[in-house]
Design a protein around this ligand. Structure first.
Ligand code: PDD
Length: 282
């Protein structure tokens, strides 16, 4: 069984234990990151570490470890299988709170947990046929820019999408697209790649930023601007992206075909750029 890191120690996953009074368990009072590992290399590590710092700052916690300590842990946990695609999961909570008081406890010590797991091999059918999405109302809180472990809103929306036969929910707040339950969306309208601008209402996805960087680097027209529900529903192409899914074409939305109902030409271009970028790093 795989080795994990918990509060300064390495141990088998089944032996990792935290207190039931941990605020991560009691309140979802913590933040996390998911980092892909391709060819033994941590993908966009600096960007993930920067977002971790931002999330910790937003919940008024210090980063409990130095960048080089994080990296040492990641390398140790992923080093045994460098040729296999993996994902690193890290979580930092505000630690044990014997009083279970909503207020921050004084002097509590952060709980730090890291594990790595083998990524599911990419299903080639997804790039060929696409996936199904549904449009749902974004009923989460308005600090979705924090990568918080309190994910109940996202979990319920994702399950609702799954129950409706779709792989992802694309969320609408006040008539505008925000993000997916665990992805960032893009639409293509008249050859332009569009995604909602960063704000407190969505997670600044590392994959999203890379897609924009790759598109701009290849002179593909793109913009970060508000997208209405109507624009989503009449888009020529829709993509969703995240660290675990990479970029995926959404070819059905609420049971209706998106564009021609097959992955579009711009999807094929961005996917090639993404795969080439990945390969160039390994
Ligand atoms: N989720 N928006 C939300 C709400 C997310 O949970 C995620 C990622 C993203 C995409 O971010 P990134 O490209 O940095 O992975 C957007 C991760 C993978 C998860 O919760 O497992």
């Amino acid at each position: 069984m795989s080795e994990v890191y918990l509060n300064g120690e390495l141990m088998p996953l089944e032996e990792a234990r935290i207190s039931v009074m941990d605020r991560g368990f009691l309140f979802g009072d913590g933040v996390y990151e998911v980092i892909p590992v391709y060819g033994g290399r941590l993908f966009r590590l600096a960007q993930h570490m920067q977002r971790l710092d931002n999330s910790l700052h937003s919940i008024r916690m210090e980063n409990p470890l130095q960048p080089e300590d994080w990296e040492k842990i990641f390398k140790r946990l992923t080093g045994a299988t460098p040729d296999i695609e993996q994902l690193v999961y890290l979580q930092v909570t505000r630690g044990v709170d014997w009083a279970r008081n909503h207020l921050f406890p004084r002097g509590s010590k952060a709980t730090v947990f890291v594990m790595a797991w083998i990524a599911k091999p990419k299903d080639p059918d997804i790039a060929k046929k696409g996936v199904a999405g549904v449009v749902l109302e974004d009923n989460r809180w308005n600090r979705c820019d924090i990568k918080a472990t309190s994910l109940l809103g996202n979990v319920l929306l994702r399950q609702e999408a799954q129950d409706a036969g779709a792989t992802e929910a694309i969320l609408i707040r006040d008539g505008l697209v925000t993000e997916g339950s665990s992805t960032n969306p893009f639409i293509i309208q008249d050859g332009e790649i569009l995604t909602p601008p960063s704000s407190n209402l969505l997670l600044p996805g590392v994959t999203r930023d890379l897609v924009l960087e790759l598109a701009r680097g290849s002179d593909m027209p793109c913009a970060e601007r508000q997208i209405t529900r109507d624009e989503l529903e009449t888009a020529d192409e829709i993509w969703i992206c995240s660290s675990s899914r990479e970029v995926q074409p959404v070819t059905r939305l609420d049971g209706k075909p998106v564009g021609d109902g097959v992955p579009g030409t711009l999807f094929r271009r961005i996917d090639t750029l993404f795969q080439d970028y990945k390969a160039s790093l390994s």
